[in-house]
Design a protein around this ligand. Sequence first.
Ligand code: P1T
Length: 419
Amino acid sequence: MDSELKQLEAQPQQMWDYFSLDSKYSELGFSTRAIHCGNEPDGKFGGVSPAIDLSTTYAQPYPGQPMCFDYARCGNPTRLALERNLASLENAKYAFALNSGMSACVTIMQLLTQGEHVLCIDDVYGGTQRYLRKILTEKQGIELSMIDFGNLDDVRAAIKPNTRIVWAETPTNPTLKICDIAAVAEICKEKGVMFVVDNTFMSPYLQVFYLKHQYQKQNPLNLGATIVVHSITKYIGGHSDVVMGCICLNDKELYDKLFFSMKSIGSGASPFDCYLALRGSKTLAIRMERAMQNAQQIAEYLESHEKVEKVIYPGLQSHPQYELTKRQSRGPGAMISFYIKGDIKTAERFLRAVKIFTLAESLGGVESLIENPALMTHFSVPPEQRKILGIDDNFIRISTGIEDLKDLKDDIKQALEKA
Ligand code: P1T
C-alpha cells in the first residue's frame, strides 16, 4: 500500500512491528478502517483482496531467524491481516485471531495460576459458564465468583487479594444486562486486576462512543478495559459460516504472554477462516445499522403485543440501563429477549411456527435466528442459576438479521397467533 509497508515486508520483522504501522489509520472512520486496514493490495500483483496464505511453514534465510513467520500455528500472513484489521476496529495496539470465541477465553485463562480467582458477571454465554465452572474451577484449581455487576460496591467488594481477572459480557447473554465499562475499569485499575470485556453482542462498531465536541473514540480499551474479546462467529463474521474469536489489547507485555499461550495451546485461527472474517468485517457497520433498525421495531412491536409478558431490549425505555446504553454505546444492538405469556408448550408452539426466523443457536448473522436459551444455549447453566437470572422456559432470545422488516414482523405476528 505505501512504501513504509513495502520496506517492512522486505526485512525480517516481529509480527507486532506490523501493528505499529497502523496508527496511520487511526483518524479514519470505522468503515474505512474496516475495509482498508489489513486489506492493502498485495505487494506482488496488487490483488485488492488479501490472499489466503496456506503455507504451514516459512523458509528462513538464516537458522532461527525467520523473515516474519516461522510456523503457521504461531502466525501467518492472512491471520496477521485480520489481526491488524481487528486491532484497528477496537482502537487497540494488538489483536489475536483465534479459532473460536471459547478459544479466546481459554487463551486468556492460561495466564492464571492455581489458587487465583476470577470474578465474572453472573450472566454469560452458557459455553463460557461451562468452561469456567466445569474445567477452570473443578479441574484446574481456579476460584470463581459470579455476581451481578449492576451495583459497583458489590463489584469492588467481590475483588479479593487473589483476584486476577474480572470478566464481563455487555450486553450479557441472554438477559441483556449492561455493564458500566468505565466504572468497572476504574475499580479494576484501583485494585490492580485485569478487566476483560466480551463485546460480542455489541460488536466493535456499536461498543464505542464519541466524546462530545472532541471526536475522540471511546472503545472499551479507551475506557480502561485491559482486554476486549469477541466471538467473531457472530457479528464480525456476520454470515454464519465461520467459527472464530479474537482478543484485542494495548499492553505489549500482556501481548507477549498471550502470544506464548496462543502458540503453546494452538488456539490461533486458520487462514481460510481469517479470510472469511476479513470479508465479513468490511460490511460490519452497515449490517449492524440495518439489524439494529429491525431490532428496535421488532422490540417495540413485541412490547405492544398482548401475548408477550415482557421484552428486554436496551433500546427500549423500559430497559433498566437504557440511559447507560445511550451513554456508552453507539446503539442498543440487535439482540432481543422476551417472555411469551404461557409455559414451555406455548414457547415451543411459537418457535415451531416461525418461518423466516430460523430456530437455531448462535447470533449475529445476516439471517434472523431465534432460540430458547433454557433448552439450548444455556442448558448447561445450573437450573437454580437459570432461575435466579430469569432464564425461564418461556424466555426466548432473538438475533435480528437484516431481512426486510415487514417480513420479520409478519412472521412474528403469525407465530404468536399460533402460539
Ligand atoms: O461459539 P464461539 O465462537 O466459541 O463463541 C463463544 C461465545 C463467547 N462469547 C459470547 C458472548 C457468545 O455469545 C459466545 C457464543 N454464543 C453462542 C453460540 C450463542 O448462541 O449464544
